[in-house]
Design a protein around this ligand. Structure first.
Ligand code: PMP
Length: 305
């Protein structure tokens, strides 16, 4: 990843990809206190456009606020940095990674002289789990790892350190031959995937866990809007793993994963074991929307130039 051509926005400047470096004593590297975003730009008729840029930037600032980190840039500057990261690398479509981190000005938990740094990188990243997964769906397993408790870490922050839990769960799932993990909260209710929110469908009603231990996903919010537009009811409630077993349909949502059908959980087929009709409808709407093929919600696409 590090040894390639390109430009990365780092603390207000575009620097060569290979020179976008930090010191080994970078505070965030040691303790995980930092926050980031995962954002996508898509190829549209009018050029590359970032999907829901403002919402991602807003969440980045909320995450930093929760962690008590003051971003030394305005939201407009961070929006522009993301547009530039795509445009200056001549990308037609991209995955973007803005991150806010503490520098190497001090060490130890008590360090009080830390500077807040910001970087934005952008690169081409195709379908998160391959093209086939989008139509066939993926197999997942309930994780032996519990999702964060709301008062152990801050679940509304997309915080670097939170992702150790995600990686442990994902690696366990991959090692067992599945494609993703389903994490339960500390009371045993369904929370989310390692990097996705989950939805299930039963008798035409769409359900998703309440925002306690899961991330306030932007794709989740997009699905809420689409479901309302299509006349489906969406209920936020506690969901048990066996409710997922007996659901008619299930799918994950996330910027990287997009809208991804789940065909099996813990060896149990979900519904008929293929992408369900409501999942397909929402997924089609999602791809049309991000590629600028719908007239609704034009404010969700920010052209990079
Ligand atoms: N949950 C977790 C743990 C995630 O990392 C992500 C990806 N950001 C999501 C849910 C989905 O969020 P979004 O739709 O905003 O990408």
């Amino acid at each position: 990843m590090a040894d390639r051509d390109g430009l990365i926005w780092l603390d207000g400047e575009m620097v060569d990809w290979r020179d976008a470096k930090v010191h080994v004593l970078t505070h965030t590297l040691h303790y995980g206190m930092g926050c980031f975003e995962g954002v996508r730009a898509y190829e549209t008729d009018q050029g590359a456009a970032i999907f829901r840029l403002q919402e991602h930037t807003d969440r980045l600032f909320r995450s930093a606020h929760i962690l008590g980190m003051e971003i030394p840039y305005t939201k407009e500057e961070i929006n522009q940095a993301q547009k530039d990261a795509v445009a200056k690398n001549n990308l037609k479509q991209a995955y973007l990674r803005p991150m806010v981190f503490f520098g190497s000005e001090g060490m130890g938990l008590r360090a009080d002289n830390l500077k807040v740094h910001v970087m934005v990188a952008a690169w081409e990243w195709p379908a998160y789990m391959g093209e086939e997964a989008k139509t066939k769906g993926i197999r997942i397993r309930t994780s032996s790892y519990t999702r964060h408790h709301v008062n152990i870490t801050m679940c509304k922050a997309k915080a670097n350190g939170n992702y150790m839990n995600s990686m442990l769960a994902l690696r366990e799932a991959l090692e067992s031959g599945c494609e993703e993990a389903l994490l339960l909260d500390n009371e045993g209710y369904v929370a989310e995937g390692s990097g996705e929110n989950i939805f299930i469908v039963r008798d035409g009603i769409i359900y998703t866990p309440e925002l306690t231990s899961c991330l306030d996903g932007i794709t989740r919010n997009t699905i809420f809007k689409f479901a309302a537009d299509l006349g489906y009811e969406v209920k936020e409630k506690r969901i048990t793993r066996d409710e997922v077993y007996v659901a008619d349909e299930a799918f994950f949502t996330g910027t990287a994963a997009e809208v991804l059908p789940i065909r099996e959980l813990d060896g149990r087929k979900i519904g008929s074991g293929v992408r369900g009709p409501i999942t397909e409808q929402l997924q089609t709407m999602y791809f049309d929307q991000v590629m600028g093929k719908r007239n609704e919600y034009p404010e969700w696409l920010a052209l990079v130039k």
